[in-house]
Design a protein around this ligand. Structure first.
Ligand SMILES: C[S@@+](CC[C@H](N)C(=O)[O-])C[C@H]1O[C@@H](n2cnc3c(N)ncnc32)[C@H](O)[C@@H]1O
Length: 347
């Protein structure tokens, strides 16, 4: 395993070539700042906070390439149109976002401003256009930030204090909005897409996929997804492939489940009907708490009357391996339509 050329212990690679490529594109900017992100643990924040802070940091580094006219994969404008629900998060979350936003704003101001920027005008233009404009900036209050703003102002000389404070505060709020957008729209990659449902599922990566962010949730989804593990003619590692789980009618809305981990419920050999109906309240609560909507999909409607959604039951049954004695689950693969995670039989 190859480590970072500066000796940080936050990234590892399979080869020197990968290390150099990643250094050139991202890590030269991010390396000195990763310690600050991990120091969030000292404030009592957990791994989830570190993970989304790293993802938003990567989005910002990626944005630098776009701003400088270098090749980039995803435009910030496409991310920016995602929903933020910035006003709906609980106060504890808002405070957490504020702390992370301060660190990431410092990241932009101290690591991403190009050395070639010579004067105040260029500096202000760069900072102002680094993230797209948003009407939400007017509506967000960041508390107790004066001390922090003064510190940032001193870090970012040569601007005079008042101008710098204004431009920094605006940037801080935009970073805060970006964090909210990430929280509502990022996709988690969970091991069951690779290893099957009978293994304990673990989140191993997360990413922003702007076109996937258009897709709504359904508790009886007609789409499922898997992450691409190897480069192919049509896909690259890190892409996400969505596939239909049943025939789609013309004009039918495609939806996937935001609660992928719900499949954990079905790791028992028998699909327990009572459990499924009982799970509705939990499901609705999670959608409300994490995504701020009341789900009224067809399945929720049926289950609220104590009935089962047969299309969902059919989907769950279809995922079970058809070989007698086998307790495995089918997972999608490129080579064949479906492959059993346990006996490896392909359909
Ligand atoms: C990733 S976005 C999906 C795209 C979204 N419809 C939009 O207009 O940008 C997630 C947000 O969409 C809305 N949403 C998604 N699925 C929904 C559903 N089944 N019912 C109501 N709102 C939903 C919620 O506001 C949720 O926070």
């Amino acid at each position: 395993m190859i480590g970072c050329q500066q000796g940080c212990l936050h990234v590892f690679y399979c080869s020197n070539k990968c290390e150099q490529q990643h250094w050139d594109k991202f890590h030269q900017y991010e390396c000195p700042f990763l310690d600050k992100i991990f120091a969030l643990q000292d404030f009592g924040f957990n791994d989830e906070v570190i993970n989304y802070a790293r993802l938003v940091m990567r989005m910002l580094t990626h944005r630098l390439q776009e701003v400088l006219g270098m090749p980039y994969d995803v435009s910030m404008e496409d991310i920016w149109i995602g929903r933020s629900h910035f006003d709906k998060f609980a106060m504890e979350k808002k405070n957490e976002f504020e702390t992370v936003a301060k660190i990431l704003t410092e990241y932009i101001l101290t690591r991403l401003i190009p050395h070639s920027i010579k004067d105040n005008h260029e500096f202000i233009d760069f900072v102002q256009s680094f993230l797209p404009d948003s009407i939400d900036v007017e509506k967000i209050e960041i508390n107790d930030s004066d001390l922090w703003l003064t510190e940032m102002t001193h870090l970012c000389l040569p601007l005079d204090d008042a101008a710098m404070m204004e431009v920094t505060k605006c940037l801080l709020i935009k970073v805060y909005i970006l964090i909210c957008i990430e929280e509502i729209n990022a996709l988690f990659h969970i091991t069951f897409a690779l290893e099957g449902y009978s293994q304990p599922p673990q989140t191993y990566a997360m990413g922003m996929y702007p076109s996937a962010a258009f897709v709504n949730h359904s508790c009886s989804p007609n789409l499922a997804r898997f992450p691409v593990q190897e480069d192919t003619d049509n896909f690259r590692v890190g892409d996400v492939v969505f596939f239909a789980t049943r025939f789609l009618k013309k004009g039918e809305e495609v939806c996937y489940s935001y609660l992928e981990r719900e499949y954990e419920l079905y790791t028992k050999e028998q699909v327990d009907v009572d459990e499924i109906v009982k799970s509705q309240a939990k499901r609705k609560q999670r959608l409300k708490d994490e995504f701020f909507f009341d789900c009224d999909c067809a399945r929720c409607f049926k289950e609220s009357r104590g009935d089962l959604d047969t299309s969902y039951m059919a989907l769950v049954k279809e995922l079970k391996c058809t070989k007698s004695e086998c307790k495995g689950w089918f997972i999608p693969s490129f080579e064949k339509h479906m492959r059993c995670e346990a006996c490896r039989m392909s359909l």
